[in-house]
Design a protein around this ligand. Structure first.
Ligand code: SAM
Ligand code: F3S
Length: 463
C-alpha cells in the first residue's frame, strides 16, 4: 500500500503587520487542508508570494523573486506558484500575462478562498484570478490562523481604508473599511490568551476607524474589553490615523492597565502645505495638539511615526518644517521613506518636482537627525529597570534580546531566561536603535508579575 505524500507549502511575506498576519492565515488554511509548512521554496510543492506594493521597490522585489521561481519551476514542473497580497490585488489578470508561470492570483480580500482556488488549479487546470471585496462581511477564520509564536499574536479588527491620501495605494489594494464584529474580536482574543498569549496587537490600516457593525462601538470599547482579559499582559494597536484619534480613545488607553504606553501615529510631513496636498485631513497644529493631549494623559508614552520625504511640492522650507517637527515632538522611532509614485493614486499624475537624488539626500539628513534624537532619548533610559518580554538571541547571536512595553529592542546579558518570559533588565547603555543592559534576578513568573503590574501600572515605566 502506498501512502500519499504530504504536500508542502512555503509562504514568503513582504510588508506590514497586516501582511504578516495574512501570511499566517494562508499557512493555517493549508495546514487544515493537510499540507505541511516548508522551510524554503526549494522544498515546497506550493509557493505563495504574499506581496506588498506600497512603494515601487517592494513591487519590483516581487517580480525579481518570481523570475527566480520561474527557473525553479522549469526544473520541477509540478510546482505551483500563487501570488497573493497587495500586488495580486493591484495587478489581477495582468499578472498572469506578465508572469506566465504563475498559476493563480489571490487578492487581499479573498484569502479564505485559497482552498477552493487550489482545487481549481489541481483538478480543472484553471489559472484563477480571485480579487475583489465582500463589503458585507469580513471573511476571517480565527481558528485556522497558524500563529508564529505562542506568546504574541495579532488580530485584524478592521480591513481596508476609507481615507484617500494622495500618495497611497492601500485603499486600492485593501478596499473600503470593513470592521469585524466586536464580539468576534473579543472571543478571538480570549481564546488566544487562554492558550498562553500574553501580548496582543490589534491591527488595521486605520485601526482607530474601527466600528462594531452592530452597536457602533469603537476601538476604545475594544481596548477596555480585551484589556481586562485575565492573563493578558500587553495590548497594542496599529496603525492609528491622527484624524480618528479622539479623547475617548486617549482615556481608554490611559485607563487600560494592559494598554502599552506606545503609539504609532504617522504624521508624514511637518508642513501644512504638504499635508494639504497629501490630503491627510489635519494640520501640523492639530497633530501637535493631539500629541500634547496624549502626553498629558500618559506622560511616559513612546511615540513613533512615518514620514514621506520628497513628495511633490516639498521645497527646502517644507522639508525644514518636517525636521523641526521631529525636533519638537522627539519621536522614539521614525519610519521614513522617499516618495514613490503609485499606480492609480492622485499624486502619481502630478509633476515630480523633487528629483529622486534630492529626495534621498533629504532622507539621509532626516535619518541623521532622528538618530541623534533617539540616542539622546535612549541614553536617558540608562539606569532604569524595564520589564522585557524575551524573544530570543540578538542579531549577533551572543546575547538575549526582547522588547520592553514601550516596544524598544533590549539586548541583555544574563542566563536563565527563556523565550516568552518576562524579565527585569537594568539598562546600562542607550544606542540609537536599541537598549543594552543586564538581567536582574530570575524571570518573573506570570502571577507574581501580574500582581506587580497592578501596583505599578504598565508601559515603559521602571519596574
Ligand atoms: N495606514 C497605515 C499607516 O498609516 O501606516 C499604512 C500605510 S503604509 C502601509 C505605511 C507607510 O508607508 C505610510 O504611513 C507612508 O509613510 C508610507 N507610504 C505609503 N505610500 C507611500 C508612497 N507612495 N511612497 C513612499 N512612502 C509611502
Ligand atoms: Fe494609506 Fe492614508 Fe489610508 S496612508 S492606508 S490612505 S490613511
Amino acid at each position: 500500500m502506498t501512502t500519499a505524500r504530504v504536500r508542502a507549502v512555503f509562504v514568503e511575506t513582504w510588508g506590514c503587520q497586516m501582511n504578516e498576519l495574512d501570511g499566517r492565515r494562508l499557512v493555517g488554511l493549508l495546514l487544515h487542508e493537510g499540507y505541511r509548512e516548508a522551510l524554503s521554496a526549494e522544498e515546497a510543492d506550493l509557493v505563495l508570494l504574499n506581496t506588498c506594493s506600497v512603494r515601487d521597490k517592494a513591487e519590483q522585489k516581487v517580480y525579481d523573486r518570481l523570475g527566480r521561481l520561474a527557473l525553479m519551476k522549469r526544473e520541477r514542473p509540478g510546482m505551483v506558484i500563487g501570488v497573493c497580497g497587495c500586488v495580486a490585488q493591484q495587478e489581477g489578470e495582468h499578472l498572469l500575462k506578465r508572469a506566465p508561470y504563475v498559476d493563480f492570483v489571490l487578492g487581499t480580500g479573498r484569502i479564505e478562498a485559497l482552498p477552493t482556488v487550489l482545487r481549481r488549479v489541481d483538478e480543472e487546470g484553471d489559472r484563477p484570478v480571485e480579487i475583489g471585496f465582500d463589503l458585507d462581511e469580513v471573511a476571517y477564520s480565527p481558528g485556522s490562523i497558524a500563529h508564529a509564536l505562542p506568546y504574541r499574536a495579532a488580530i485584524t479588527v478592521i480591513e481596508g481604508c476609507n481615507k484617500s491620501c494622495t500618495f497611497c495605494v492601500v485603499p486600492l489594494t485593501r478596499g473600503r473599511e470593513r470592521s469585524r464584529r466586536l464580539s468576534d474580536v473579543v472571543a478571538e482574543a480570549k481564546d488566544l490568551v487562554e492558550d498562553g498569549v500574553v501580548e496582543v496587537e490589534l491591527l488595521g490600516q486605520t485601526v482607530n476607524a474601527y466600528r462594531d457593525p452592530d452597536s457602533g462601538k469603537g476601538l476604545s470599547d475594544l481596548l477596555v474589553e480585551i484589556g481586562r482579559l485575565p492573563g493578558l499582559r500587553r495590548l497594542r494597536f496599529v496603525t492609528s490615523h491622527p484624524r480618528n484619534f479622539d479623547d475617548r480613545l486617549i482615556q481608554a488607553m490611559a485607563e487600560t492597565r494592559t494598554a502599552c504606553r506606545t503609539l504609532h501615529l504617522p504624521v508624514q510631513s511637518g508642513s501644512d502645505r504638504v499635508l494639504g496636498r497629501m490630503k491627510r485631513q489635519y494640520t501640523r497644529e492639530d497633530y501637535v495638539g493631539l500629541v500634547n493631549r496624549l502626553r498629558r494623559a500618559m506622560p511616559e508614552l513612546a511615540l513613533s511615526t512615518d514620514v514621506v520625504v520628497g513628495f511633490p511640492g516639498e521645497g527646502e522650507n517644507e522639508f525644514a518644517e518636517t525636521l523641526s517637527l521631529l525636533q519638537e515632538i522627539q519621536f522614539s522611532n521614525v519610519f521614513s521613506f522617499t516618495y514613490s509614485p503609485r499606480p492609480h493614486t492622485a499624486a502619481a499624475r502630478w509633476e515630480r518636482d523633487v528629483p529622486p537624488r534630492l529626495a534621498s539626500e533629504r532622507l539621509a539628513r532626516l535619518m541623521d537627525l532622528q538618530q541623534d534624537i533617539q540616542r539622546t532619548i535612549n541614553n536617558g533610559l540608562v539606569g532604569s529597570r524595564l520589564e522585557v518580554l524575551v524573544d530570543g538571541l540578538d542579531r549577533k547571536g551572543g546575547r538575549l534580546s526582547g522588547r520592553s512595553a514601550c516596544n524598544r529592542v533590549v539586548n541583555f546579558d544574563g542566563t536563565g531566561a527563556r523565550v516568552g518570559d518576562f524579565v527585569d533588565v537594568l539598562v546600562e547603555k542607550g544606542l540609537p536603535n536599541s537598549l543594552s543592559g543586564r538581567l536582574l534576578g530570575t524571570p518573573l513568573d506570570k502571577s507574581a508579575a501580574e500582581s506587580l503590574d497592578c501596583q505599578r501600572g504598565d508601559g515603559c515605566r521602571e519596574v
